[in-house]
Each structure stands twice: as structure tokens, then as C-alpha cells.
Design a protein around this ligand. Structure first.
Ligand code: X1X
Length: 345
């Protein structure tokens, strides 16, 4: 069902070649040369980066973006997407994008943006969304607009869309079914402080480790596991070192489709408008895609004998413990109103 063999490719979407081949007169040749020159001058190459192969929902979202933009643009556009962590991991993408070097667009987790707009990490907090409907309503609303403006001002990053939709569970090297079994459990979490704080409420020992280091950190016993969504578990084969999946369902992911402001401003206005519109559409496409595939992926890995799935009896208790931590964090950031508005939707 899911082909793991698809490797990274460079996508070249070159449409509407404007070159005219003229053979009859030198004037025609001159015109043809001018036409070619004009066409080249207008050509645009945008480089993207991602953690995954082209079968993963994030990559398919970025491919969708490429497709939508290239269908509408009057320029020839090359979308050069480097997947499989070829250009590093998400914190690296943030550095590249803010500086306007190496890449022009990427999908990143809000947890990577703490140092610019701490309030953005609220939308990646465990137990923020009641369900997929709530999550979709928030992402389709205008509630996050002020944070978008803040991110542009502080990091020169433009959010062109929202994707995600994976449900995060615990992935561990031992069977876990209840809160008591989590006491002292060494878990890798994303780098935002709120992630650590929430996992501390259930007496785990969370540590922020680079995504690329997780597999070997589990293998060598530095941590006992991580929390992640099924598409990423499947691609990075974390189950080889941590085959136990505990259905905590503590998070529905929000991922930002981001473009470097420095790259964006170099583009003509018509193309900028096309990208903004396509970003929204590609984001919505990705949300539908990942959320609809999530449980099928778990079932696939279970059937293949790669994972063992365990129910979690402590979800309600975990949620109750998480809420006051969310409240305190929002207060600390001066983002109580935003949190209340998200909850009220
Ligand atoms: O936990 C992480 O750091 C990563 O988990 C998944 O692979 C993705 O959601 C990715 O965006 C990142 O958050």
C-alpha cells in the first residue's frame, strides 16, 4: 500500500516554453534569440527542503504547491525540492530561510520558532485541539493572522499555508498502557519549552534531541522513545528500535508552509499573489491528505509486524494535567486571549 522505495527527486516543472525556433531570416533569428533571452530572464527557480521522501504527506503538499503555482504562473518555474533531510532538519531550514540562503520554502513545526515568536508554539501544544473539526476550524480562521505578522517582522518568514494533520502518539522501546508506566520514561520531545513542560506533568523525563539523532539515541539508550505521527514513524523506521505505539493521541499536528521573505520579495507581484493563494490551497490539501491516511498507516505497520499498538488508559488524566500548564504558558507569553479564542472556536 505504501511504497517506501520512492527516493528524493528534483521536480522540474517547466511549462510554457517561450522559445521560438526561427530558421528563415537573420531577423527572425534575432527575434528568436531575444525571445529566448526574455524567457530566461523571467525564469524562476525555488528550492525547497524537507525531512521526508516524496511519498510523505509533507512532500506531497510541497509538490501540490509546485503544481498549483506552475499551472498559473506566466514564468517558467523550477521547484527544486530536496527531501530526505538532504539539507538538514527543520531548525536548519529556519536558519536558512531567515537568512535568505540555500532554500526558499519549507514545511516546519511551530516548535522551531520559539526564539522569534514564542506564542506560535501554542499551536503545537499537546491537547490544544479537541478533534480534527476543531483543528480545521482554527486553521481556517483568521486567529493566527497577528502571529503571521509578528513572524514576518521578527524573522522575515512568510506563512503561506497551514498543513499537518497527523495524530501524535508515544513510540517506545517498551510496552506502555498507563500513566504509572511512564514514570521516569525518557522521551525525546521537540525543542519548544511547552513540549517539555507538558510531558513532565506525567513524570516522564523529556529531552529535546535533534530529529536526525532520535533513532540512535533510542538505540543507544539515551532515550526510551519519542512521540510522533504515523507517517514519520513509518518513513524513519523508528519502530526498529521502538516498536511499541501507545495511543495517547495527545496532539494533532499543525505545520507551517513557510517562505523566506527575502526570496519572496525578489518575485514579481503576480507570482507572489499566485504563491500566497496556492500556499493556502496546498496546505488544505496536505491537511486532508495526512489526516485521512494517519490510522491506515498505523494499521499497515501493525499488519506488517513492525509495530504493536497499545491503548492508553491515562489520556483523560494526561489532558487534565496539561490544561493548567497550557494556561500558565499562555499567561507567561501574554497570549491568554489567543488561547481562549482557540478553545472557544
Ligand atoms: O518531532 C519532530 O521534530 C518532527 O516530527 C515529525 O517528523 C514532523 O512532524 C516534523 O515536522 C517534526 O516536527
Amino acid at each position: 500500500m505504501f511504497d517506501k522505495s520512492i527516493e528524493v527527486t528534483t521536480i522540474n516543472i517547466l511549462r510554457r516554453t517561450k522559445t521560438r525556433i526561427a530558421v528563415f531570416t537573420s531577423a527572425a533569428i534575432a527575434i528568436a534569440a531575444l525571445s529566448l533571452f526574455t524567457s530566461n530572464a523571467e525564469d524562476v527557480t525555488l528550492r525547497g527542503a524537507g525531512l521526508f521522501n516524496h511519498e510523505h504527506a509533507y512532500s506531497r503538499t510541497l509538490l501540490k504547491l509546485a503544481d498549483l503555482v506552475s499551472k498559473q504562473a506566466s514564468q517558467n518555474i523550477t521547484f527544486d525540492l530536496r527531501g530526505n533531510s538532504e539539507l538538514g532538519v527543520e531548525p536548519d531550514y529556519v536558519n536558512f530561510l531567515t537568512q535568505g540562503v540555500a532554500i526558499d520554502y519549507a514545511i516546519i513545526a511551530p516548535s522551531n520558532l520559539t526564539r522569534f515568536v514564542p506564542s506560535l508554539t501554542l499551536i503545537g501544544m499537546p491537547f490544544l485541539f479537541r478533534d480534527l473539526t476543531h483543528w480545521n476550524t482554527v486553521l481556517s480562521s483568521d486567529l493566527l493572522k497577528p502571529l503571521e505578522a509578528e513572524l514576518l517582522a521578527k524573522a522575515d518568514l512568510i506563512i503561506i499555508g497551514y498543513t499537518g494533520g497527523g495524530t501524535r502518539n508515544l513510540i517506545s522501546n517498551k510496552k506502555i498502557t498507563n500513566i504509572d508506566e511512564l514514570k521516569g520514561h525518557k522521551i525525546r520531545v521537540m525543542a519548544a519549552p511547552i513540549q517539555k513542560r507538558i510531558f513532565q506533568t506525567i513524570s516522564t523525563r523529556p529531552s529535546a534531541i535533534d530529529y536526525s539523532e532520535i533513532y540512535y539515541s533510542i538505540k543507544s539508550g539515551v532515550v526510551d522513545g519519542l512521540e510522533n505521527e504515523s507517517a514519520s514513524l513509518q518513513q524513519y523506521k523508528f519502530f526498529e528500535v521502538a516498536p511499541h505505539i501507545t495511543l495517547t493521541e495527545h496532539s494533532i499536528t499543525v505545520r507551517l508552509l513557510v517562505m523566506s521573505g527575502k526570496s519572496f520579495r525578489k518575485l514579481p507581484t503576480d507570482l507572489q499573489n499566485i504563491i500566497m493563494k496556492a500556499g493556502k490551497e496546498a496546505g488544505a490539501y496536505g491537511r486532508k491528505l495526512e489526516s485521512s491516511e494517519d490510522s491506515a498507516r498505523l494499521a499497515f505497520m501493525q499488519k506488517a509486524g513492525e509495530i504493536e499498538i497499545h491503548n492508553f488508559t491515562g489520556r483523560e488524566q494526561f489532558l487534565e494535567l496539561a490544561i493548567p500548564v497550557q494556561d500558565a504558558y499562555a499567561k507567561e507569553l501574554g497570549a491568554e486571549e489567543l488561547l481562549q479564542s482557540i478553545r472557544a472556536l
